[in-house]
Design a protein around this ligand. Structure first.
Ligand code: ADP
Ligand code: SF4
Length: 721
């Protein structure tokens, strides 16, 4: 199908200094958790997006010097020749599809702890970043940069920019956002300097200006030079001759970079979850930028709707549609718009499992796109699956995320698929969860898959079809896949994490009871040791229905794991707004229908809380009865010609929806092949020669009397000669 003429504006080329992007789809820098240690995994991950039509593909944060060391969080480096070769795999892959490759050169300043390099973190005035955060304590406090340190960082930036050009990058970044070094210079709370780098906004902007200028001097003839800057905080500060300091910054730098990449200041607002924030949420902060510069502007906002994208361009908010999460969830989003296939866009659901992967220090995972990060190591293409030459009749029992994904992928492979679910609607756990506060966008997992399944002639859908072993044997498919999900239990644990049995009382409920339509008597108490979203969102849900409810957890925070998905502060805010009392560090000991007994996790001191019902959000166990019965009836299965019974998703191992989708996809790829037990290809760093290392650091540059010379082993030494 042709592109809808309304959307053609999205496919116009746009110049960025000396280079030209083929269209307005710009994959902004985003963490992938892949680092230079997994160069082929990273190249293939980025290549998929270039193939899918993104006109610019960027790396994540790429350190310019060992004084910017974020370990144990994953980050890329541009320190030496090995790094150049590692990145070159990515630029070559991106160029194969006509896209531009951008590198987010980065110095973390005081926001990195230099745990590995053990160099003092650098900062404008020695003020620690996130000094109140546990992860930052016990580490080195930052050093105040002297003029030589500033010169050192500028030279590292220029060196890294030249290496980036050698690696084949077309766009080179200066990063002044998210608490990193450039940003720290911009804010007077971090910048107390009395020299030409501190004080007035002109002075505070100077370091960023010099970083851009030195980058342009180094590579500006060949590469576009982009400034990535966070504007949320500055937008809130009145300016002297402009409405805000953010306006003043853009005015001061209007002609300096070739591109403005504008964003918010902290992960929860910049990469905000759909539970709390809608599409295009950055606009009120960045809407003015284009009015003050003629240079192109890129911004993000979890854009998945082409109409929203076009509106951003036409209204003069952005020149490029920036995407990080939308490009992970659907690397082929631009191609689908260009080909008039908007209905096939696999829209990001805004769950932030992807960002949790970075916090976990592992390659990116995505709820919507099970192939993310698997392009090279498992050979999974986001849009294509190999067709089978031996089609089978495969019955899938259970139409939740796992069953739907498995059916879709098996159908695409050419199998004859029957998908049955006992419920009236497909969607499994999402049928209920999409009704919880803020979670409606999560149903895109179901909408995308059901939409495609309904178009496939080799897939039959059977709602309202509870299946037992007899029915399955009677249907006699070639194979059975059980995607029957999991159940929440009322199991409790001791303070030593030892299961202490079920809490048996008629007024003890689980999320499944509430999903089934039962409401707890008020006042209710939600006891959450699952610690992901369910306990918090269910509490909100009950409070919204007027049920007095309090929340208790043995963790230190409500919905503690949501720190990984950027949601935690907003979960607390939502509970506070609902006037929910939150008790942390307590275990549930007993309940008699009138009172719950809680015990402090560490002291054991007991408190009693009046409540008439309990909701336990804790352990989930697979719904395993059907699998058990089928394995006991092996003879019946064999007689019916059923070759195998597999389990996927929560029926195999309960977890987040992302894992269920991945599990369904994996089995569907592997059925009928001999790769069932083969895991994946292992990537290795590119190490050409250890002697190639260039050990110069910003700290060394800072001492102009010291010279850097290679030792007899070829390793640079910082001895004075
Ligand atoms: P997952 O996340 O692994 O996809 P869900 O719990 O979301 O798991 O979905 C499981 C689905 O399986 C539910 O929709 C449930 O109704 C369905 N189901 C469970 N047992 C049966 C059965 N015996 N016959 C048909 N459908 C079943
Ligand atoms: Fe979007 Fe969730 Fe995928 Fe991240 S993990 S890209 S938020 S669907």
């Amino acid at each position: 199908m042709p592109c809808n003429p309304r959307y053609e504006i999205l496919f116009e080329p746009v110049r960025i200094g000396p280079v030209t992007a083929p269209n307005r789809f710009y994959q902004v820098p985003h963490a992938s958790g892949m680092t230079n240690a997994l160069p082929r995994v990273r190249a293939a991950f980025r290549e998929a997006k270039a193939e899918g039509g993104w006109g610019v593909i960027c790396t994540g944060a790429c350190s310019i010097d060992p004084s910017s060391d974020d370990a144990p969080l994953p980050f890329a480096t541009m320190w030496d020749g090995n790094d150049i070769r590692a990145h070159a795999l990515m630029t070559e892959a991106v160029h194969r599809h006509g896209a531009l490759a951008g590198v987010e050169l980065w110095h973390g300043g005081a926001s990195v702890m230099n745990r590995t390099s053990r160099l003092p973190p650098l900062s404008p005035s020695g003020i620690p970043w996130m000094a109140t955060h546990v992860g930052f304590m016990g580490n080195l406090r930052p050093k105040t940069m002297d003029k030589a340190d500033i010169r050192g960082v500028l030279r590292c930036q220029a060196d890294a920019a030249r290496k980036a050009r050698t690696a084949g990058f077309d766009i080179v970044y200066v990063y002044a956002g998210m608490g990193y070094l450039g940003y720290e210079f911009l804010l007077p709370e971090y910048n107390h300097r009395s020299d030409r780098y501190g004080g007035s906004i002109e002075n505070r902007v100077r370091f960023v200006r010099e970083m851009i200028e030195i980058t342009k001097d180094a590579v500006g003839k060949d590469c576009g030079v982009a400034l990535r800057v966070s504007l949320e905080e500055l937008r809130g500060r009145p300016g002297r001759n402009q409405p805000s300091e953010a306006h003043e910054l853009v005015e001061l730098l209007a002609d300096v970079p070739d591109l403005f990449d504008v964003k918010m200041d902290s992960s929860p607002t910049d990469c905000s979850a759909s539970r709390f924030t809608g599409e295009g949420s950055h606009e009120p902060v960045i809407d003015f930028v284009k009015s003050l510069t003629k240079k192109p502007v890129v911004g993000v906002g979890r854009f998945t709707s082409p109409d929203t994208m076009v509106s951003q361009i036409r209204r003069g908010v952005l020149d490029f549609i920036g995407g990080a999460r939308p490009s992970i969830a659907d690397p082929f989003l631009p191609a689908k718009i260009r080909e008039g296939r908007e209905a096939e866009i696999r829209e990001c659901i805004g769950c932030n499992i992807c960002i949790s992967s970075w916090h976990d220090g592992v390659p990116v995972r995505c709820t919507q796109n099970p192939t993310a990060g698997e392009e090279w190591r498992r050979g999974w293409h986001p849009e294509r699956v190999g067709r089978t030459d031996k089609p089978e009749r495969i019955l899938i029992v259970g139409g939740g995320p796992a069953g739907l994904e498995c059916a879709l992928t098996l159908g695409r492979r050419g199998h004859e698929v029957m998908l049955a679910d006992s419920s009236r609607t497909f969607g499994g756990r999402l049928t209920f969860e999409k009704t919880l506060p803020g979670l409606s966008a999560w149903n895109r997992v179901v909408d995308y898959r059901l939409g495609r399944l309904n178009e496939m002639s080799n897939v039959s859908l059977y709602p309202e079809s509870p299946l037992g072993a007899d029915e399955i044997i009677e249907l006699s498919p070639d194979r059975v896949v059980l995607a029957t999900g999991a159940r929440w239990t009322d199991m409790l644990y001791s303070s030593l994490e030892i299961p202490v049995g079920r809490l048996d009382h008629p007024d003890v409920l689980t999320p499944d009871d509430i999903a089934g339509g039962r409401l707890p008597k008020g006042p209710a108490l939600v006891f959450d040791f699952d610690n992901y979203y369910m306990g918090g969102v269910l509490t909100e849900h009950l409070a919204a229905q007027g049920i007095p409810v309090s929340y208790v957890t043995p963790a230190g925070q409500a919905s503690a794991w949501t720190i990984m998905t950027n949601e935690l502060p907003l979960v607390h805010r939502a509970l506070a707004r609902r006037k929910v009392a939150v008790t942390t560090l307590h275990l549930l000991k007993a309940f008699d229908g009138e009172t719950a007994t809680l015990a402090h996790l560490f002291t054991g001191e007991e408190v009693r809380v009046a409540c008439r019902s309990l909701v336990i959000v804790g352990l989930r166990l697979p719904r395993g009865e059907l699998f058990q019965t089928l394995t006991e009836r092996a003879d019946g299965l064999a007689a019916a010609g059923i070759r195998g019974v597999d389990r996927i998703g929560d029926a195999l191992a309960p977890g987040a929806i992302a894992h269920a989708v991945h599990s369904g996809h994996k089995l569907a790829r592997e059925i009928g092949t001999d790769i069932r037990w083969q895991h994946y290809r292992r990537d290795t760093p590119i190490v050409d020669a250890v002697a190639d290392f260039d050990m110069r650091t910003a700290a060394e540059y800072s001492n102009s009397r010291k010279s850097v010379r290679r030792s007899s082993f070829g390793i640079a030494s910082n001895k004075e000669f």
